[in-house]
Design a protein around this ligand. Structure first.
Ligand code: GAP
Length: 565
């Protein structure tokens, strides 16, 4: 895989442009000017997404992981996107799934209130003292890719201490946020100085966010103290913050009255809880076991951004693992490590991932009662050198099942024959974004290379590559196309369920190779004059650019060894 850590961040702008140019991802309804937060997947993007989803489904339900020598028991479901609206009252989403939002009355811009800065100043001495310890933390964070588990824990501890200290100092000053000024300089200079030193992610660890430049705030809230100064107009024109529910609403049936209101699911998880009793009753699964689901989720995000990282329509791969509460801690640790390794198996480098435990005040409403939530974070180009969430692994306690039992009035409790005990199992939930995972694969694969005609090569793990191989007759005549078409047929029969086999007999061979470098195709087979004489083809390796000749009748097995399957 590409070495992302050395050097600076990759360019998101170039990645987005490649995705469009090569047909990975397009803005949705582009010819009408697009729609913020919505994306369409082109031929290569759709196949890449399918490869990732298929691998997850396989590794969860068909060949699940093994613990203590035994395969873990997991079954799959595919539930409805629209459910009875009472589901979302029970799950807490109607009441609690919201972001604080403010509007600028003049510019009509809308902001997440927790993204608006209030700037406070420390004296130079205080600032020096703060920065001195901060540097220790930053030095450690820079080491994070190679850090041992103990060192990672230390990094986390340092940041937690920092966060608490910042919040306390802010509270003492009566401010909902602070920015450290090094020389008592202007707010802009203070922000710029802090930004030079710290990535957004590091600042977030400290409880400070940066959006847009020049404005900041911590996660501590004191609504009456929220700033009114609008970043758009620089006048006091912001409304007070109010909660904005992220669920999309629709109406079921013809009358469109309040009684017919329904919601598009904001997570796939609830469809699993709703079917817990059905699955226990109709299959042979016994606690501990998991239910897995892949599907669309919808959130009316206030600020969709960073390409497909935070969109309003996206896909999730969620698994709810039901276990006895005494075993929940062990399963939580098991799944955190299992999921981290899984992402490495699809090509993310270890150095670009970090496991972070949530602070208590970050926990979602359902995770409060549990033993904690961990995020598996990736080093995105827009968080570099810091990290941002790729997947959450939460201990949800028995919050959801007990809520559904109460709200529906139906008995859901499970009878454990071995323990001779009836209970609502605890839940460990590895919840990954499928579309966010696609973005991670794209970011990891993106490798600028000035020496190539394409200037960039997408180094996908061969098992994820949307195009598995390309077959290229050197010229579109002299019997070469016939050999090529036969080879394509053979390869599609064997590998067609894993990805695309490209065939193209036109254009210069250099241009065709460049196209495949940008598409991330691991190997190109070229048929030339020599093929007709000795039945051999050239195999061009995407990563090493090495070219070797092998005989035509070995091509299928050769590719099988390279890409698996
Ligand atoms: N059932 C738990 C749950 O939904 P979450 O952390 O809100 O937890 C799980 O979502 C994963 O879904 C995230 O780690 C992220 O990968 C993905 N995700 C969440 N919101 C998203 C959005 N607006 N756009 C793309 N992916 C998103």
């Amino acid at each position: 895989m590409s070495d992302v850590v050395a050097g600076g961040a990759k360019s998101m702008e170039e990645l987005v442009s490649l995705c469009k140019r090569r047909g990975f991802i397009f803005p949705a309804s582009e010819i009408y000017g697009g729609l913020n937060g919505f994306w369409d997947y082109g031929p290569l993007g759709a196949q890449l997404k399918k490869n990732l989803a298929d691998r997850w489904w396989r590794d969860m339900t068909l060949t699940p992981p093994v613990r203590d020598g035994k395969p873990v028991s997991i079954v799959g479901v595919d539930s409805s996107i629209i459910q009875n609206p009472r589901v979302w009252e029970a799950s807490g989403h109607v009441g609690g799934f919201s972001d604080p939002m403010v509007d600028c009355k003049e510019s009509k811009q809308r902001y997440r209130a927790d993204k608006i800065f209030l700037v406070g100043f420390f004296s130079l001495d205080q600032a020096k003292e703060l920065y001195a310890s901060l540097e220790d933390a930053v030095a450690l964070l820079e080491k994070a890719p190679d850090a041992s588990l103990e060192e990672r824990a230390e990094i986390q501890r340092l940041f937690q201490t920092w966060r608490a200290e910042y919040s306390q100092r802010a509270a003492n000053l009566g401010l909902p946020a602070i920015i450290v000024s090094e020389q008592g300089d202007s707010a802009e200079e203070a922000v710029a100085a802090a930004q030079r030193r710290l990535s957004k992610r590091q600042l977030k660890h400290l409880g400070v966010n940066f959006t847009p430049p020049g404005w900041a705030h911590p996660l501590v809230s004191a609504p009456e103290k929220w700033p009114r100064l609008s970043p758009a107009t620089q006048t006091e024109s912001l409304t007070a913050p109010r909660d904005f529910n992220l669920m999309f609403q629709t109406y079921v049936g013809a009358t469109a009255s309040e009684d017919d209101k329904a919601y598009l699911r904001p997570e796939t998880a609830q469809g699993i809880f709703l079917n817990f009793a059905n699955i226990v009753d109709t299959t042979r699964v016994r606690v501990p076991f998991g239910i897995a689901q892949i599907g669309k989720a919808f959130r009316n995000e206030v600020t969709p951004r960073n390409f497909i990282f935070r969109s309003r329509e996206f896909e999730q791969m969620e698994m709810e693992f039901f276990c006895h509460k005494d075993e929940a801690r062990g399963w939580l640790d098991f799944w955190v490590e299992e999921r981290r390794r899984w992402w490495m198996g699809v090509g993310l480098s270890e150095a670009n991932m970090i496991v972070r435990k949530h602070d208590d005040d970050e926990l979602a409403h359902y995770a409060k009662a549990g033993a904690g939530t961990y995020d598996i974070e990736y080093r995105w180009p827009f968080t570099h050198p810091g990290f941002g969430e790729l997947e959450g692994v939460a201990h949800r306690g028995n919050f959801d099942l007990s809520q559904h039992e109460q709200h529906s009035g139906k008995k859901i409790a499970y009878f454990d024959q071995e323990r001779n005990e009836r209970y609502l199992p605890d839940v460990i939930e590895p919840a990954a974004g499928l579309t966010r995972g696609v973005l991670a694969l794209l970011c990891e694969a993106f490798t600028p290379d000035e020496s190539r005609a394409s200037k960039v090569v997408m180094k996908f793990h061969p098992s994820m590559a949307p195009i598995k191989a390309a077959v290229y007759p050197l010229v579109n005549k002299d019997g070469m196309p016939e050999v090529g078409e036969k080879l394509v047929g053979d390869l599609r029969r064997r590998f067609g369920h894993l990805g695309l086999i490209e065939y193209d007999a036109k254009q210069s061979i250099g241009k065709r190779y460049a196209r495949m470098d940008e598409a991330g195709c691991p190997v190109c087979f070229t048929i030339d004059g020599q093929t007709l004489e000795d039945q051999t083809v050239t195999c061009r390796d995407r990563d090493t650019l090495a070219q070797e000749r092998i005989s035509l009748d070995r091509v299928v097995d050769w590719l099988g060894e390279k890409i698996g399957g």
